[in-house]
Design a binder for this molecule. Structure first.
Ligand code: NAD
Length: 483
């Protein structure tokens, strides 16, 4: 019983075969399992179609290894304030581990049965510069993928090489459905794919530009990382061993730009998705209102000693800071999508954050901040500065990120900072003398802060002031002084 479960606990099994294939999904993490896979299963149940999924892990084999012994079935557990509901999800046929066999991945992506390639590879999986939204041609995976057409490593490399194979074989392209939290995610990914394809063959780039489709999407459901305690508790409740369950809140929302190759797609509208001509107002609302305050709660909550979002918003100082951010800095920067009552939207967000059954760790959300701040916080800052509105609250969030990436918490304990730029950020922070110099050093990281923003005294001065206050007086005092 290596994981606390007796060896004789029977394993979860499939009770029906996987549906015929229609989708390749890159990045079979918690979010796809609790969101995309469930929408696909619901849409097929409502209206039919062949939308079974081959998952692809671009990194490690663990996603496959957990699910293979149970034939890729797993449980999705909905955690409502009033109780739990367990559902078996059976959409995955297989999971391929790309570094083990990139050829198998390209072959399935080129298969005419595949009409959609969807992605949840996290922000850093796009091998781009978050500050500019352009492909990073100095990224080692991009350099490798330009040299090795049959063995890509990056998501962009796989998309371009698979589309190239389809073009050569006279097969229609697939629709690329990006489900990561990035602004205009489809449009941005289209740009990255075209930049790469242009280097490979300009006529390929022209074909992709004309024929492929990259709808933008706004995805929303809170899905914390599954812990081993979650797995053990579920096994005790169900009497079944499941090594790959996911736990999620009841809420879900998916706004999708209705622009698919040849109009072919699952009937997501039949099961509640919003298919729209313009998804950007939904994305901006969600990125700024939800992801922006999630990052605020992650850094300020972590520094204040709160382990989860629910604990952080139970702290009146943090809850009122988040409400102040919405009221004075975030909502004034937005044009809400038609028909949305944005005050009610933020009130619902606070209720979702308060759900005590969802243990979403501040540390998990704090991860990869260098990739997240531009779209979650800095876009709002830029709009507010142009309109001569205050940015004091958002500057405090940026300062809290700076305090966090320094690598030591308020009690002097080390912070396990996970970020592609972690080493550089820590060095910049530790080499500078004093809060002002530290703030300026970190503002010079061009992957995060555009030059004009970093140089604007209306932004850099409150960031430096907040960082000084965080360092000398701590997070909770700094927030109290703001309100
Ligand atoms: P996860 O850690 O469970 O899965 C992340 C996936 O990305 C894994 O498949 C991993 O192998 C892959 N990945 C990580 N780094 C990569 C890289 N550099 N290149 C290629 N692939 C890489 O996380 P998750 O909860 O599934 O979230 C994934 C993404 O989904 C988030 O980054 C976000 O954009 C989006 N999302 C998540 C939630 C949520 O609540 N979890 C909500 C909305 C949107």
């Amino acid at each position: 019983m290596e994981d606390g479960l007796p060896a004789d606990v029977p394993r979860l099994t499939r009770d029906r075969p996987a549906p015929p294939l229609g989708v390749v999904h890159l990045g079979v993490g918690a979010f796809f399992k609790a969101f995309g896979a469930i929408w696909l299963e619901d849409a097929m149940a409502a209206s039919g179609g062949d939308w079974g999924v081959i998952g692809v892990s671009l990194r490690r084999p663990d996603e496959r290894n957990k699910l293979a012994p149970q034939d890729y079935a797993y449980q999705a557990v909905e955690l409502g304030p009033e109780g739990r509901q367990v559902r078996k999800v059976q959409m995955l046929r297989d999971i391929l581990v790309a570094p083990e066999d990139p050829e198998a991945v390209l072959a399935v992506m080129a298969d005419p049965a595949i009409r959609i390639v969807s992605l949840t590879v996290t922000e850093k999986g796009y091998t781009h510069s978050p500050a500019t939204g352009r492909l990073d041609f100095a990224h080692p995976d991009i350099l490798h993928d330009l040299e090795q057409p049959d063995a890509p490593r990056s998501a962009v490399g796989f998309l371009v090489r698979a589309l190239d194979r389809r073009r050569r074989a006279g097969v229609r392209p697939f629709t690329v459905l990006c489900c990561d939290n990035l602004p205009s995610n489809g449009r941005m990914l289209r740009g990255l794919v075209l930049e790469f394809a242009e280097r490979v063959d300009p006529s390929l780039a022209a074909w992709i530009a004309a024929e492929a489709r990259f709808p933008s999407t706004m995805v929303d459901r809170i899905v914390p990382a599954t812990t081993s305690a979650d797995i053990e508790r579920l096994a005790k409740e169900t009497g079944l061993r499941d090594d790959g369950p996911v736990f999620h809140e009841p809420f879900r929302q998916w706004a999708i730009e209705d622009d698919f190759v040849d109009g072919v797609r699952p009937d997501f509208g039949a099961v509640g998705a919003q298919l729209t001509a313009e998804v950007e107002p939904f994305e901006l609302m969600k990125l700024r209102c939800l992801n922006g305050t999630h990052s605020a709660l992650a850094y300020l909550g972590y520094l204040s000693g709160h382990e989860t979002v629910a604990e952080a918003v139970a702290d009146p100082i943090l809850a009122s800071f988040v409400q102040r951010l919405w009221r004075t800095e975030i909502l004034p920067s937005l044009i809400p999508p038609g028909g949305v009552d944005i005050e009610a939207y933020t009130a619902d967000l606070l209720a979702r954050y308060r759900n005590p059954a969802i243990r979403h760790r501040t540390w998990q959300i704090a991860m990869d901040g260098s990739q997240k701040l531009p779209q979650r916080i800095l876009g709002t800052v830029g709009d507010n500065l142009s309109a001569e509105r205050s940015v004091d609250g958002l500057a405090t969030v940026v300062a809290a990120w700076m305090r966090y990436v320094g690598g030591t918490d308020e009690a002097g304990r080390p912070i396990d900072v996970r970020d592609p730029l972690a080493d550089r950020l820590r060095a910049l922070s530790n080499e500078a003398e004093g809060a002002e110099a530290r703030a300026h050093a970190l503002l010079s990281v061009r992957e995060v802060f555009p030059e004009a923003l970093a140089a604007d005294p209306q932004f850099r001065d409150p960031v430096a002031r907040s960082l000084a206050s965080l360092e000398t007086r701590g997070a909770r005092f700094t927030l109290e002084a703001l309100s």
